[in-house]
Ligand binder design. Sequence first.
Ligand SMILES: Nc1ncnc2c1ncn2[C@@H]1O[C@H](COP(=O)(O)OP(=O)(O)O)[C@@H](O)[C@H]1O
Ligand SMILES: [Mg+2]
Length: 466
Amino acid sequence: MSGRGSLLVVDDDRSICEAMADYLRSLGHRTETALTCRSALDRIKEFNFHVVVCDVNLPDQDGFHLLEWVVANKPETSVILLTGYGTIESAVEAIRIGAFDYLTKPVIDDELNFSIQRALGQREIVEENKKLKEQLQVKFGPANIIGHDYKMAKMFDLIESVADTRTTVLILGENGTGKTMTARAIHQLSTRRDQPFVEVACGALPDSLLESELFGHVQGAFTGASHDKEGKFLQADGGTLFLDEIGTASPSLQVKLLRVLQDREFEPVGGSKTHKVDVRLILATNENLEERVRTGEFRQDLYYRINVISVTQPPLRERIGDIPLLVDHYIKEFNNQTNKSIRGIDESAVQLLQRYQWPGNVRELVNVVERAIVLAKSDTITVADLPEHLRQGHFEVQHGANRLAGSNDLKSALANPERQIIIEALEQNGWNRQETAKLLGINRTTLYKKMKKYKITYEDHAQILS
Ligand SMILES: Nc1ncnc2c1ncn2[C@@H]1O[C@H](COP(=O)(O)OP(=O)(O)O)[C@@H](O)[C@H]1O
Ligand SMILES: [Mg+2]
């Protein structure tokens, strides 16, 4: 907790100075004293005090001089100014320059104590924030993107070279390949890193809502718009706006986006005031935009605007050399989270992971590792800890982000082992039979029969689904 700090008391009256210092030491603070502005500054240059308590009237230069120096050079140090003849003006001036507090002499012990406690408390909050921010930067920073494959190396080079520009970046890749992670890393590598990173999942909202989400709206713009709403573009001003699933944008939204990209300005829904913003745009999609331009679903002019620099995230099955690295990384991560101490994964389990096609890419791998850690009976992950559909090993899979979405209909997907597909569909739907049957395009009774035929039971396959 706050409580104790290192303090410097500056007062040319030696007895007052010592009395204050003694009192502060009695409260447990490490306290030094100085009798002149010069000697105080000499000490401050050498040592990072938490708080400096300084008389305004000093023989050489006054307390304001010290205050200004500290504000400019040691902003982490709080200054509390003391004066014998407090006037409102000088108090206001002190606070304006950056003093933490301003007390009038004779200073009451309690008052001084209270002020110092507040300064130490505030400092703690500031430090806590800084720590949290650093943790966030580490978590989302480029250092946490695992990959030694040359495709990843190429991607790193590219994001490093574009990060510190305002160039629009388009990130392409299947689901779970790390698009969001890359977008955050680009932001962290840019000088905008201390400004907001705002993320919008464009596919998650219906058109009408999406426009007001992005551009905001004015009161009364539509039924239910009971007050003005600030959009994400404005929230991201100075920082980065990440538009995920941009392929789903409707024609009218595409027009609006084109305008913001060209002029960096827009009007809120139902409003006439034009807002100018300084926003760096990063967009991502798992769709083939070029194809959508050809079919007329995506505007060509917008496509050119957003496709200035494009970064392609390789699917996991094309960089299986990275699988052991990713597994090790996530074993550590989940060990920390779950208080387990799994040491690693055995060779045959790794081989199995490397043979699998990973339609859900790294996201799916992360889930598999998490599950294995929960299930592992020894300190090593073995084949037995991997999900059934992986253990079965040899099966054909179509390429694509979501092979079930591409072949919802069980009949048309008979090229894949049926059992495998059913298990995956069940897992995807949390073992809800009704939903699974719907996804597979069969009725529930048929699903039950097939589950029986293939001996698929919840108990065998979904140990960790609650
Ligand atoms: N190269 C990587 N290194 C470590 N973790 C990764 C990597 N790529 C993806 N992940 C992890 O996989 C999951 C999915 O990544 P995400 O960026 O959300 O993918 P996308 O946005 O392409 O769907 C996240 O948990 C992310 O941390
Ligand atoms: Mg994403």
